[in-house]
Design a protein around this ligand. Structure first.
Ligand SMILES: Nc1ncnc2c1ncn2[C@@H]1O[C@H](COP(=O)(O)OP(=O)(O)OP(=O)(O)O)[C@@H](O)[C@H]1O
Ligand SMILES: [Mg+2]
Length: 491
């Protein structure tokens, strides 16, 4: 609040008469403005459509008829003192009302000292063009980590008092994570979330984190271009990719520490279809215990025609507000393909993305995946864009054993009952997705024949499948050839 007050002082010193504050947190806006009024020895009056114009100077009562915007604004205009007037939700009345717009403009343009200042407050506020240039926009600062910690402590104390002095259970690491994940929220929202985490069970635990992230995402209203993926994977569910896993493990601490200079930026996963790229992207969030956001290129292009880059910029800003987080850009070639058909939109989208990747300071770890390298713009591949470019190849024999084990166990077919080495031999050239498919189709076959799933049913399923690596063998070897020189092998 201290910095907010200082900034507001500057605005007043500059004799700006019209201030716009966008915020959901009306209480905090009022608190801040009240402190400001006290500091400067000014009167503060508040207007809303329901309560009219009220203020300390009027003994808390509504001035006659002042719930009408016109009358309220005339009172402000006629005020001979340097009062602060806070108007909630006035902007909706300003649309198509030339008289009201004029009154606001009169107040905004009043010259000389000793004039009132009008402060418009709403959660989202668009001024008519006539007023734009007279208004100073101001936003309340978001709480710092110290303030967030204080908020969580206060809520814990409050719960304690309501529960016969029982203490809220938590541990330091979880508390730190919660505080980090509350970043980007307003004071009021952070408090609300902290309260709901504590209230259900009197504890703040690791299990609260996914719920917290989801609630935060909804509060920030990021739905649409950016999707929240509740379903993060565990690396235990990903066979192979040993290099990739080790690379990530080595960078987790640096990412969490969040010091801007050597913050890991992200990685690009290239590879064959069904080789587990998307799965690995999800597992990064699982491994690091971070929220996973997905940038949906399709809705980026479709949603608001002609506003593609602005949408992207907004989505990226929102990802920063959700930080620390993992931002997953799946099938990036579809979003950034270099085409002449779109009037350069994809080129500009690429530019926006690259600029952001170079300049962002917030801990947002980008995981991009692609499988058609021919359509990837070369700028994206240049050194330094991503920390590393990994090639995800078809799984080697030993990895195929792991993948069979993972998918058999997932379906409660104990992997010990199978000869995994033989299955791995029989699935040469299969992708992880195709291996999973074979297990699933063996399961269906067993159901149909009313037998239990055995080795031979899986082998049968494998033999019925022509893997993509055979169908597309030329493409695949070209891809491997290309990747050998430019990428690191993921596994
Ligand atoms: N290495 C792996 N370990 C375990 N499961 C795997 C592996 N690779 C693929 N799978 C299984 O196959 C499914 C599909 O894989 P995924 O969607 O991650 O592949 P992809 O590389 O993203 O393919 P595409 O290029 O078609 O998008 C996964 O959800 C998972 O169940
Ligand atoms: Mg995929």
């Amino acid at each position: 609040m201290k910095n907010d007050l200082k900034d507001l002082q500057l605005v007043l010193d500059a004799r700006v008469r019209l201030i716009v504050i966008e915020s959901w947190d009306e209480l905090r806006v009022l608190e801040t403005l009240t402190s400001l009024a006290v500091q400067r020895g000014m009167n503060l009056r508040v207007w809303s459509i329901s309560e009219g114009l009220q203020g300390m100077a009027f003994g808390g009562e509504m001035l006659e008829g002042s719930n009408l915007p016109e009358r309220a604004l005339r009172l402000v205009k006629a005020d001979p003192q340097t009062g602060l007037y806070v108007f909630f939700d006035l902007h909706s009345f300003l649309e198509n009302d030339a008289l009201l717009v004029r009154l606001v403009k009169d107040i905004a343009m009043a010259a000389g000292p000793g004039k009132p200042t009008l402060i418009l407050v709403s959660h989202a506020l668009k001024l008519p063009a006539e007023l734009q240039r007279y208004a100073a926009r101001f936003s309340l600062s978001l709480p710092s980590e110290d303030e967030l910690l204080a908020i969580v402590r206060e809520e814990a104390l409050r719960w304690s008092e309501g529960n016969r002095g029982l203490r809220v259970r938590t541990d330091n690491r979880t508390l730190q994570q919660v505080v980090k994940n509350l970043r980007g929220l307003s004071h009021a929202d952070a408090r609300l979330l902290a309260r709901s985490l504590i209230c259900d069970d009197g504890a703040i635990t690791q299990e609260d984190l996914p719920e917290l992230n989801k609630a935060k995402f909804q509060l920030l209203d990021l739905d649409g271009v950016l999707g929240y993926e509740a379903d993060t994977a565990r690396f235990a569910d990903v066979g192979g990719l040993h290099n990739l896993k080790q690379w990530l493990a080595e960078r987790q601490a640096a990412f969490m520490a969040g010091t801007a200079s050597d913050l890991p930026k992200g990685m690009l996963l290239l590879g064959a279809q069904g080789s587990g790229k998307s799965l690995a992207a999800k597992a990064v969030a699982g491994l690091w215990g971070l929220p996973l956001l997905r940038l949906d290129f399709a809705s980026l292009y479709n949603k608001y025609f002609g506003e593609t880059e602005r949408n992207l910029r907004e989505a990226l800003l929102m990802a920063e507000r959700m930080s620390p987080c993992v931002l997953w850009m799946d099938e990036i070639e579809k979003g950034l393909a270099t085409g002449d058909m779109d009037n350069g939109v994809s080129q500009r989208v690429l530019g926006t993305l690259l600029t952001w990747m170079a300049e962002r300071k917030a801990p947002v770890f980008v995981v991009a995946t692609a499988n058609i390298i021919k359509r990837l713009p070369p700028e994206l591949m240049r050194k330094g864009r991503f920390d590393e470019i990994f090639f995800v190849d078809l799984p080697a024999t030993a990895v195929r054993e792991d993948i069979f084990r993972i998918h058999l166990n997932k379906r409660e077919l104990s992997a010990e009952n199978f000869d995994l080495a033989a299955l791995a031999m029989a699935s040469d050239g299969f992708s992880g997705a195709e291996i999973e498919q074979a297990v699933v189709s063996a399961l269906y076959a067993a159901q149909a024949r009313q037998v239990s799933v055995g080795q031979e049913l899986i082998v049968e399923a494998l033999q019925r499948t022509v893997p993509l690596s055979v169908v597309m063998s030329e493409e695949l070897s070209a891809l491997r050839h290309w990747a050998a020189e430019r990428t690191v092998h993921a596994g």
